[in-house]
Design a protein around this ligand. Structure first.
Ligand code: G3H
Ligand code: ZN
Length: 289
């Protein structure tokens, strides 16, 4: 059931667990995510990026997610979030159509422009009681990536400065903050290293909920430490794409004469559901609905 995101995150902070924000772009992924949350009795954030919105269109994807959330997912609290909205016009459209939360991502701009756009989004969102997430620091990579050249990159230079984060939140009055503490979009086993000390420092200076992007590929113990050190929302996309593809290849390979899309996609739905359920248990949000 769709509820205000504040209800979900206030409870998570008190209970010291994190809520997964899982990316969807179609019905099959949405079914997998919502069914997993119901089976695990977990609160949920389900999110769409700009490209996911472009894949169908805004009313289609928003209404599809809302309907699944309010029917199949009626027993658990669910919020719909816009992920990486780089454009204030899209952020406003998502507020207007009924998203519970929107990400104004101007992190690639200079500090003053990021403050200005994030503040503008916060003013717009707050008029309709919509939470606004902003981002400070750079999170490398793109969802779905499985290879990245990190050789010459100084990760520390890209990370969120704790004192700047404090100033940023005071100036913008946003509701959640996406931070860069070493994670990378995509799945890179063995490459990502979360700077837990930096995270703790940000937590001590910034009072609003913190969001960890680029969750795919991190080990359970890294997630658990990040949650202990103050992260309340964790974004996951690539792990579901990998589960989808692996099951699809196996399914088609087994029975190449299969032509019913529902039959072909069923193993992928189950594989993604399993992946989401596993992640929910790592984040500790199971049985918290
Ligand atoms: O905004 C979406 C996420 O940060 C997803 O990152 O693909 O590494 O899980 P991921
Ligand atoms: Zn992200």
């Amino acid at each position: 059931m769709i509820v205000p995101i504040k209800q979900i995150i206030d409870k998570a902070r008190k209970g010291k667990y994190a809520v997964g924000a899982f990316n969807t772009s179609n019905l099959e992924i949405t079914l997998a995510i919502v069914r997993a949350a119901v089976a695990e009795k977990s609160p949920l954030i389900i999110q769409t990026s700009k490209s996911a919105i472009e894949y169908s269109n805004l009313p289609t994807i928003f209404n599809m997610i809302s309907t699944v959330a309010n029917t199949i997912g009626k027993s658990v609290p669910i919020a719909i979030h816009l992920d990486h909205g780089h454009d204030i016009a899209l952020v406003k459209k998502c507020v207007d159509i009924g998203y519970n939360s929107v990400h104004m991502d101007a992190s690639e701009k200079d500090f003053a422009t990021n403050v200005r756009l994030s503040r503008q989004a916060a003013i717009y969102g707050h008029k309709k009681k919509v939470w606004v997430q902003a981002e400070l620091g750079a999170i490398l990579g793109k969802e779905g990536l499985i290879k990245l050249q990190t050789g010459k990159i100084n990760m520390e230079e890209l990370m969120t400065d704790p004192y700047q984060a404090k100033e940023f939140v005071e100036k913008t009055k946003v509701d959640t903050l996406a931070i860069s503490v070493g994670t990378i979009h995509g799945s890179f086993k063995g490459v990502e290293k979360v700077d837990q000390e930096r995270l703790k420092k940000i937590r001590s200076l910034v009072k609003i909920p913190l969001v960890l992007h680029g969750g795919s590929g991190l080990a359970p113990k890294v997630f658990k430490a990040a949650i202990k050190n103050g992260v309340s929302i964790i974004n996951i996309d690539t792990n579901l794409r990998l589960a989808f593809k692996e099951a699809l290849v196996a399914s088609i390979g087994r029975k190449s004469d299969m032509i019913d899309p529902r039959q072909i996609l069923q193993p992928s739905i189950l594989a993604m559901q399993k992946e989401v359920a596993k992640t929910i248990r790592i984040f500790g949000s199971n049985n918290k609905a």
